[in-house]
Design a protein around this ligand. Structure first.
Ligand code: FAD
Length: 325
């Protein structure tokens, strides 16, 4: 693999974290293959976004076109094919966002490239790149090979590749002619439908106190909110808590809720169903409290406490307050 390309993802003129996480993955892989990292920016106005990109990438290839203001997989595939169509020996990295999920399969077919989606790690086996991804609804980790393909595309699970900015690349932008000028696009962007916005954003929180059905049928939610406030975190939950209307949907962690990547995830009375655990894979430190020593959450937790949360939570809060003085 000679080149690693990173697709810059942006929305409403702002780069998305998926771009930086893809760069973090590229930075770990590039030295192992002696590969060069290049960013690809498809936008209606490259200048504003590329200012930030060149701080981290030594090379940015940009295509500007009015139809690239909002995401359009049809337009993106045409642009990416115009950049990569005659190339080989590369890996293209992109975040596993809703937009990219729509883009990646069609793109890989058009490029005749091997595709691995929702990857959370990479390994090199006998000199060949392999990707780690989950199968059977998050139950099994699989190391998959690209079967010797010279063109590879991988989408990356959010939170799996932590990024550290350097702001030292001092890169340059190479503008390429848009292939879209005379093209008719089959897809048209209509509008953004914003999801309900809550008072907290658990997707960006650094500390999360998360509660599950173990808090009982008529819990005093103030107890858990107070613990979250004391540790400087936000309150989140498993799906049954939302189903019982104890917290709004935007607090729900999991595959049908929100994927989170806090530095600390404290799971209280959560069993660890795969739909829940699928949403916390990006967290480097999971601490679980459960009265059942065989609860599956203990398989993914770095620290586990077998205890009744009714005893544990007040004691924990008191101790934290004591330490904080
Ligand atoms: C299509 C689909 C999508 C789904 N998406 C999601 C999702 O996004 N997020 C999600 O969370 N779930 C999701 N679910 C539901 C998921 O399958 C589980 O049912 C759910 O995660 C269980 O939540 P829980 O751990 O809070 O409850 P339970 O599984 O009932 O676990 C409660 C735990 O609390 C412990 N406990 C009880 N009392 C105490 C106590 N006093 N002290 C300490 N521990 C105690 C018990 O030992 C138990 O382990 C989905 C399901 C489906 C079918």
């Amino acid at each position: 693999m000679k080149n690693i390309y990173v697709l810059a993802e942006h929305r409403k003129g702002t780069l998305r974290d998926t771009t930086w996480e893809a760069l973090a993955a590229a930075r770990t892989l590039a030295p192992q293959f002696g590969a060069e990292i290049t960013c690809i920016l498809l936008s209606n106005d490259a200048s504003t976004i590329s200012d930030r990109l060149v701080q981290e990438f030594s090379k940015v290839i940009a295509i500007e076109d009015p139809s690239l203001e909002t995401f359009n997989s049809d337009a993106c595939i045409k642009c990416l094919v115009s950049i990569l169509g005659d190339k080989s020996d590369y890996l293209l990295l992109m975040g596993n966002s809703n937009s990219v999920i729509e883009l990646a399969p069609g793109l890989s077919i058009t490029l005749d490239a091997a595709l691995a989606t929702d990857c959370f790690g990479f390994d090199v086996v006998d000199g060949a790149l392999c990707a780690l991804r989950q199968i059977y609804s998050y139950k099994v980790n699989a190391l998959v090979s690209f079967k010797g393909a010279a063109k590879m595309v991988a989408t990356l699970r959010s939170g799996s590749f932590p990024f550290t900015p350097t702001a030292q690349a001092g890169g340059s932008v190479e503008k390429m002619e848009s292939p879209l000028k005379s093209e008719k696009l089959r897809k048209v962007f209509v509008s953004y439908e914003e999801a309900e916005k809550g008072d907290v954003d658990i997707s960006t929180a650094e500390i999360i106190v998360s509660v599950g059905r173990g808090i009982g049928d008529e819990p005093d939610m103030d107890v858990y909110q107070s613990l979250a406030d004391t540790v400087g975190g936000v309150l989140a939950c498993s799906r049954p808590i939302v189903d019982k209307n104890l917290l709004p949907k935007y607090h729900q962690v999991g595959t049908s809720g929100i994927e989170v990547k806090p530095k600390i995830y404290l799971a209280l009375g959560i069993s660890g169903a795969f739909q829940h655990v699928g949403g916390i894979k990006g967290s480097p430190l999971i601490i679980a409290v459960n009265k059942d020593a065989r609860a599956p959450i203990f398989r993914v937790a770095q620290y586990g406490v077998v205890a009744d949360i009714n005893d544990m939570v007040p004691a924990l809060e008191e101790k934290i307050k004591e330490i904080k003085g």
